[in-house]
Write a protein that binds this ligand. Sequence first.
Ligand SMILES: CC(C)(COP(=O)(O)OP(=O)(O)OC[C@H]1O[C@@H](n2cnc3c(N)ncnc32)[C@H](O)[C@@H]1OP(=O)(O)O)[C@@H](O)C(=O)NCCC(=O)NCCS
Length: 299
Amino acid sequence: MSPIIDTVERNNRDPEIKKAEAAMFKLFWPEVRGNYFFRNRRVYMDFLKSGDGKIYYMPQQSLTIPAFVLVGNWRDRTDITALWYVKGVGLAKKSLVMEAAGECFNSGAEKMVTKLLGEYEAAEFRQWGFKKACRIVLFEKRLADRPGIAGQPVGIRLSRFRKSMLEKVLKVDSSSFDDFWRLDDRTLEAIASSCRRNVFLVAQRGNQVVGYAVAGANGSLGYLQRLGVERGSHGQGIGRLLCSAVLRTLYDMGTTVVMVNTQEDNQVGLRLYDKLGFRELLDTRYIMQYEANDYRRVS
Ligand SMILES: CC(C)(COP(=O)(O)OP(=O)(O)OC[C@H]1O[C@@H](n2cnc3c(N)ncnc32)[C@H](O)[C@@H]1OP(=O)(O)O)[C@@H](O)C(=O)NCCC(=O)NCCS
């Protein structure tokens, strides 16, 4: 166990925080289980053991699992750290988050981002110096009847994803999403197996993959998780085709409500979901970010 700060408390309020060593990773697993990114213990242990992820905790807490934060690379970005999991409230939470941020910035990260937060939690992070990275709009669609399949653009066929297509799908992904949202193989795999039942469709033109959609269902609740069409093939009806095929598959799995979300400034995505009959919900989510420069200015 290696202390990351002097074990002497820096003032009367700041508690001691330590970085967990490999032998301790198992202790925190029961808390993290269920997070979509860590769908099983092997993924969780690999992430931490590879050094991509780190846990900071408060050893003096007399709890079976002490307050802790799990941070790690955002996808394949070593310059962005994600706050993957936080256990703790109030001052303990703030101290852990800020300590982890400082450690990550000292190791070269340029910013720290949160996962999707509700209004209340986003406001809490704002008080600590985080700023809004983006606002996420949530939509839902009720599937009363079996959805129809949109018209097939000429030369396009849909098929189920196969492992051999992975590289091509990642290429489509990086062509359609901007740098921050681009997926790496580990995150794509996590998303594609995050629900009890999952569907992963690709749109092909000849042997070329030009689009893909990932969705899943937990009982009657379905999620459209990811949709991308390569930049050069936009506006040809491929996105709509993929969506309609995924919605039909979800319906056939027993889904009655499908959720989807996108950033508030994704005009094309917003319009597409509106056209497909999704209804915007009042509820909203935020990703908050803390930049190394802001941290250095105040510390
Ligand atoms: C969103 C995306 C999948 C749409 O794929 P696409 O194949 O270009 O979409 P389609 O040609 O099927 O068009 C479907 C609808 O999207 C909207 N749309 C497509 N291109 C648009 C554009 N340039 N401007 C505004 N709306 C547009 C329209 O509502 C369109 O329906 P309409 O033609 O009846 O008006 C694609 O733009 C993309 O990959 N974007 C980046 C990733 C992304 O935003 N994913 C979804 C949100 S997470």
